[in-house]
Design a protein around this ligand. Structure first.
Ligand code: FES
Length: 106
């Protein structure tokens, strides 16, 4: 179990716990307010789980796959240096403490 530091869509700060091997999607979706929608349930086809990952953490993540990048590039606030889909980030020990901000609703 590792921790993630999250800024939600309303500016609220959260420290959430995620099992190693799970994606960030569920904890971000389960926030009481200001969380992601995750409409496709983590199938990498909706982009409603768009998050910005702090650059120092972004560098530790696996590369974006083509389908993830394509979806992200279609969002209005895509940032090549920080944008990821929450459902495509799998929690690992070296990501304990990762800092993410949920992207604005589109
Ligand atoms: S939950 Fe739909 S792309 Fe991540």
């Amino acid at each position: 179990m590792g921790k993630i530091h999250v800024t939600d869509r309303e500016g609220g700060q959260h420290e959430l716990e995620v099992e190693y091997g799970d994606s960030l999607m569920e904890p971000l979706r389960d926030l009481d307010s200001g969380g992601i929608e995750a409409l496709c349930g983590g199938m990498c086809s909706c982009a409603t789980c768009h998050v910005f990952v702090e650059p120092e953490w972004f560098a530790k993540l696996d590369e974006r796959q083509d389908d993830e990048l394509e979806l992200l590039e279609g969002t209005e606030c895509f940032d090549d240096n920080t944008s990821r889909l929450g459902c495509q980030i799998t929690m690992r020990e070296d990501l304990d403490g990762i800092v993410v901000k949920i992207a604005p609703e589109e």
